[in-house]
Design a binder for this molecule. Structure first.
Ligand SMILES: [Zn+2]
Length: 231
């Protein structure tokens, strides 16, 4: 298993290359690149959210807890006294950071359904929906956000699988085949549930037509000829 630092840096590097290629092929604007690289890097941390006490899962639940606290503050600030608000905000933080976190841990196993290609599609659709409905991005950019999360995600799975080959002894470690898989073969109900959620999210998401159109119109030929000239 590759460590956290390796995952973050390699996801960032691959996302940077993907963003540069996309800019070069005029698929995206140069100004979009830093945000998409950031999303690719986040995608590179996501598959390990099912590892109890891993850094990404703690970061995720801290972020969710802070989001909850902000929501409580914004919604109730005019209806309650400051002390009650403070108490409510603290309870929300503890409830999400520790209560929800422990519940999530008890339901997930490491390298389970969250460590699969199915989960990559799930998070891509989830990111697209969040971008479109909550962050108010246009359809093209919402799908690009989802796509870059998926790129980082798949890089993580590939890296873990590469690490399961013991290079010095040229033999496979026990973990070979557990990192990069279509879905969790050991936990079919969880995989079925994630499939249903993924289909629902795809159905909810706006049709990816603008992305497909831009993809077809992208100057791949020009990019490829440039790449050949560089060789
Ligand atoms: Zn992993």
């Amino acid at each position: 298993m590759a460590n956290f630092k390796a995952h973050v840096s390699i996801a960032a590097a691959v996302s940077s290359v993907a963003a540069l290629v996309a800019v070069d092929a005029r698929l995206i604007d140069g100004a979009d690149a830093p945000w998409l690289i950031f999303l690719g890097t986040i995608g590179g941390m996501l598959p390990d959210i099912d590892a109890n006490n891993s850094k990404p899962v703690k970061l995720l639940f801290n972020a969710l807890a802070l989001l909850g606290v902000t929501a409580v503050w914004v919604i109730f600030r005019n209806s309650y006294a400051q002390q009650s608000l403070l108490l409510g905000a603290t309870a929300t933080y503890v409830g999400i950071r520790y209560g929800l976190f422990n519940l999530f841990n008890s339901f997930t196993e490491h390298r389970g359904v969250f460590h699969s290609l199915l989960a990559a599609v799930f998070f891509a659709c989830l990111m697209t929906c969040i971008s479109f409905y909550f962050l108010q991005w246009d359809i093209l950019h919402a799908w690009l956000n989802g796509l870059f999360v998926a790129i980082g995600f798949v890089v993580h799975l590939l890296l873990d699988e590469l690490y399961s080959v013991d290079l010095s002894n040229t033999r496979m470690k026990k973990s070979f085949g557990t990192a990069l898989k279509l879905f969790s073969y050991r936990n079919i109900p969880a995989s079925a549930l994630m499939t249903v959620c993924t289909i629902a999210l795809y159905w909810l998401a706006p049709p990816p037509t603008p992305l497909l159109k831009v993809w077809q119109a992208a100057h791949w030929d020009q990019y490829l000829s440039q790449a050949k000239l560089c060789q």
